[in-house]
Design a protein around this ligand. Structure first.
Ligand SMILES: Cc1cc2nc3c(=O)[nH]c(=O)nc-3n(C[C@H](O)[C@H](O)[C@H](O)COP(=O)(O)OP(=O)(O)OC[C@H]3O[C@@H](n4cnc5c(N)ncnc54)[C@H](O)[C@@H]3O)c2cc1C
Length: 369
């Protein structure tokens, strides 16, 4: 339990990095940094601990611009299974000194060591931020706009796909009053002139795909309302079938495959007779769905599991991954060999055995010993 490890050990504003103990949450960190004009941008929605975010290789809405925890952790301090304490790297921005133990531990879900301290990259708070919503006539038009936006190099900070089912949930939960059609929520960071130019370019691409009007707002309160609704997506999804349970899942595909993967998944949801809103950090080719079900009904559970199984295999067949950010835990262990092959899985097991020979660190997660 890292929840009492709350010290912000050192802010190096001139180097744009910070050293924190693992129990500091991302909101606490950003609160601490704000007065210095700095921010830590990784935003998985939940106010997770920095140690937990490193352990799960979290990302979220801002990853398309700022990367994931993999890109933003410079170094870690960790307690290993034998009780030794290691520091994986320094504050240097790059290094070619030996094996990359930082990246070995980031995303290891607590199976290789317990992270106690994290050195993170920081970013300046942008001078101007513009965010907006853009409706589309179809899910394909919205996906194609996201793909074209990325392919033409427009540096969006966030580009989130919400299908019409998810928008209905937002309207029920957050009273947004949006038309129930597929939407992209987007955000740009930069100078006033820069965000205006990028927003206009995005609006043109959307219009070319039959989307729009692109309604953009630079006022902080309008943006807050929008992203609060997005971050409450889990609860908005559940509002679509009050009292039901949910099995949330995510996959990630190369950006050129996004439209096909989302469209095929929507067809599958319909054919399976499920209510399953789709929301995605689509700038990275990552999307989530949240089938609603009654966990006490074996037939419904089997139907949802069949749907998730097809979703994962569809993403893998398109060159993607079984999870872009939710992680493996226990439920996705069965897909790892399909994704990585037997050889790579043998290497993972060798690493686990070497670092945790007694299998005391989160046994049963990621690799089965
Ligand atoms: C509503 C909601 C929305 C979310 N949306 C997103 C999203 O958009 N993108 C995204 O990437 N993620 C998302 N997440 C997942 C989120 O990123 C993770 O739940 C979070 O980063 C885990 O941090 P935690 O502090 O909650 O860790 P916990 O839930 O406490 O732990 C998570 C795992 O990490 C291990 N762990 C925790 N701390 C350490 C440590 N110090 N050292 C070693 N292992 C450790 C635990 O053993 C456990 O296996 C969402 C979660 C919620 C609840």
């Amino acid at each position: 339990d890292m929840s009492q490890m709350k010290r912000i050990v050192a802010v190096h504003a001139e180097d744009l990095d910070v050293v924190v103990e693992a129990g500091v949450t991302r909101k606490e960190l950003n609160e601490h940094l704000r007065d210095q004009g700095l921010m830590f941008p990784i935003d998985p929605g939940a106010d997770a601990s920095i140690g937990g975010m490193a352990a799960t290789r979290a990302s979220g809405t801002n990853a398309v611009r700022y990367g994931t925890m993999k890109d933003n952790v410079l170094a870690l301090k960790a307690v290993m299974a034998d009780g030794s304490i290691i520091q994986t790297s320094t504050r240097a921005r790059k290094t070619s000194a030996g094996y990359d133990l930082t990246r070995l531990l980031v995303g290891s879900e607590g199976t290789l060591g317990i992270i106690t301290e994290v050195t993170l990259k920081l970013h300046g708070i942008p001078e101007a931020i513009a965010a907006g919503v853009c409706p589309f006539p179809s899910i394909k038009a919205a996906c194609d706009t996201a793909i074209m936006t990325i392919q033409t190099g427009i540096p969006v900070a966030r580009i989130e796909l919400l299908d019409e089912v998810m928008i209905k949930g937002f309207n029920l939960h957050s009273k947004l009053g949006l038309p129930e059609t597929p939407m992209l929520f987007v955000e740009f960071h930069g100078t006033e002139a820069w965000v205006k130019e990028q927003s206009e370019r995005f609006g043109e691409i959307a219009a070319d795909h039959g989307g729009g009007p692109f309604d953009w707002a630079t006022k902080a309160e309008d943006r807050t309302r929008l992203w609060e609704a997005r971050h409450n997506g889990y609860w908005a999804g559940r509002a679509l079938r009050p009292g039901a349970d949910t099995l949330a899942t995510d996959v990630c595909v190369p950006i050129s495959q996004l439209a096909d993967c989302v469209e095929e998944t929507k067809r599958d949801i319909e054919a399976s007779g499920l209510i399953a809103p789709i929301a995605g950090h689509v700038g990275d080719g990552n999307f989530h769905t949240q089938p609603l079900l009654d966990l006490s009904d074996p037939e419904e559970v089997a139907r949802v599991q069949g749907f998730i199984d097809r979703l994962v295999k569809r993403a893998l067949a398109m060159g993607g991954t079984c999870t872009g950010e939710h992680g493996v835990g226990q439920k996705k262990i069965k897909y790892l060999e399909l994704e990585h092959g037997a050889g790579a899985m043998a290497v993972m097991r060798t690493i686990k055995r070497a670092l945790d020979p007694q299998n005391i660190l989160n046994p049963g997660k990621i690799v089965v010993m």
